[in-house]
Design a binder for this molecule. Structure first.
Ligand code: CUA
Length: 335
C-alpha cells in the first residue's frame, strides 16, 4: 500500500521541489527492519508503562495532598527519611528492565549481523562521498550512483548484501523501511543486508552528519521484480550510448574539467571523483536525490550546482548558453 502511495507522490511531484520525505520505521518491508521495529515497540511499551505509572503517581500526589481551603496551619507535613523496601524496589526494578532491553537488543543485533548470506546473494558495494553515494555492482562490472536497484526477495529468494565504505568522512546508510542505520567509515568495511519483499522505491538518507550538504545526501532503493532487475542490469552494463546529434555537446563535455571527475564508459571521461554518468538518464534523480531528473533540473544543476547544493564539490563551469545547452543535450543522450 505505502509503495503505491510513494509511486503516486513520485508522479505528482512538483518539479523544482526537493524530495525530503523520510519513510516510516513502523511499516518495515524487510527482515532487518521488522526485527528492529519489534524492539522499538517493546521499548515504547516498557517506557510508556513507566511514564504512565510515574506520571500517574505524580498527578495523584499533587491532587491528593493539595492545600485544602480550611488548612491554615502552614506546617510542613511529616518528613520521612530512608526506606529500605522502597530503595531496593527502585533500584532492582530498573535494573531488571534494563537487562531485558539489553538481552532483546543483543539477540536482534546478533540475528541481523550473523545471518549467513545465501550463495546466490547480490553484492553491492556502497561508497559514501560528500555528498552522494557511489553504488558498485562488482559481479556485474558497472557503477552507478544514489539509486540501488535490487530484485525483490519474495521472488528471487536472494537478499542484497551491502558492503559499506567511505572515501572521506563518516556517513551512515539508512533506509528506514528496510534496515537500521549502518555507518560508512573511512578505512573500515561494514556490512548490512536488505531483503525487500515488495516492489517499490524505498527512500533513505545519510544518517550521520557529514558536512554542509549532509541533509541533501539522499538515497533510494529501487526494488523490482527479477525480470525488471535483470533488464536494468543489462542496460547498465552497456557502454554509453553514442548519438551523432550530440557530438558537439560530447566534444564540449570532454574539453571541460567534467572529465576529471566523471566517468562515461567508452569515452575519454574516466574521472572517479564524482558520480558515473554512463547511464545518467536511467536515474530518477539528480544531485543525490535533491532534484527529479528532468531536462530543466539537469540544466540548472550543470549551470550552477552551488545554487542548488551550496558547498557541494561540483563547481559551476560558468558556461554560456550555447555550450551549456550542448553539454546538457549530451548528458540527456546518456540513457
Ligand atoms: Cu553523508 Cu551525512
Amino acid at each position: 500500500m505505502i509503495v503505491n502511495v510513494w509511486f503516486a507522490l513520485l508522479q505528482t511531484q512538483t518539479p523544482g521541489l526537493p524530495e525530503h520525505r523520510v519513510s516510516d520505521i513502523f511499516r518495515p518491508l524487510a527482515t532487518p527492519g521488522t526485527a528492529e521495529k519489534n524492539i522499538a515497540l517493546l521499548t515504547l511499551a516498557i517506557t510508556g508503562a513507566i511514564f504512565i505509572v510515574v506520571g500517574g503517581l505524580i498527578a495523584f500526589t499533587i491532587w491528593r495532598f493539595r492545600r485544602k481551603p480550611d488548612d491554615n496551619s502552614r506546617q510542613e507535613p511529616a518528613q520521612v527519611y530512608g526506606s529500605n523496601q522502597i530503595e531496593v524496589a527502585w533500584t532492582v526494578i530498573p535494573i531488571l528492565i534494563v537487562f531485558v532491553l539489553i538481552g532483546v537488543s543483543a539477540r536482534v543485533i546478533a540475528g541481523v549481523q550473523n545471518a549467513s548470506p545465501p550463495p546466490s546473494m547480490l553484492k553491492v558495494r556502497l561508497i559514501g562521498h560528500q555528498w552522494w553515494w557511489e553504488v558498485q555492482y562488482p559481479d556485474y562490472g558497472f557503477v552507478t550512483a544514489n539509486e540501488i536497484h535490487v530484485p525483490i526477495t519474495s521472488e528471487s529468494k536472494t537478499a542484497t548484501y551491502l558492503q559499506l565504505e567511505s572515501l572521506d568522512v563518516i556517513h551512515s546508510f539508512w533506509v528506514p523501511q528496510l534496515a537500521g542505520k549502518t555507518d560508512l567509515i573511512p578505512n573500515r568495511v561494514n556490512y548490512m543486508w536488505i531483503d525487500p519483499q515488495e516492489p517499490g522505491i524505498y527512500l533513505g538518507n545519510c544518517a550521520e552528519y557529514c558536512g554542509t550538504q549532509h541533509a541533501n545526501m539522499l538515497l533510494r532503493v529501487v526494488a523490482e521484480p527479477k525480470a525488471d532487475f535483470g533488464q536494468w542490469v543489462a542496460e547498465e552494463q552497456k557502454p554509453a550510448a553514442t548519438d551523432g546529434r550530440v557530438a558537439e555537446g560530447k566534444a564540449a563535455f570532454e574539453s571541460l574539467a567534467c572529465v576529471n571527475c566523471h566517468t562515461v564508459k567508452g569515452t575519454p571521461s574516466i574521472g572517479k571523483f564524482g558520480p558515473d554518468l554512463t547511464h545518467l538518464m536511467s536515474r530518477q534523480t539528480l544531485a543525490s536525490g535533491v532534484l527529479t531528473n528532468t531536462p530543466q533540473h539537469l540544466r540548472a544543476w550543470v549551470n550552477d550546482p552551488q545554487e542548488i547544493k551550496p558547498g557541494c564539490l561540483m563547481p559551476s563551469m560558468k558556461l554560456t548558453d550555447r555550450p551549456l545547452d550542448q553539454v546538457v543535450s549530451y548528458l540527456e543522450s546518456l540513457n
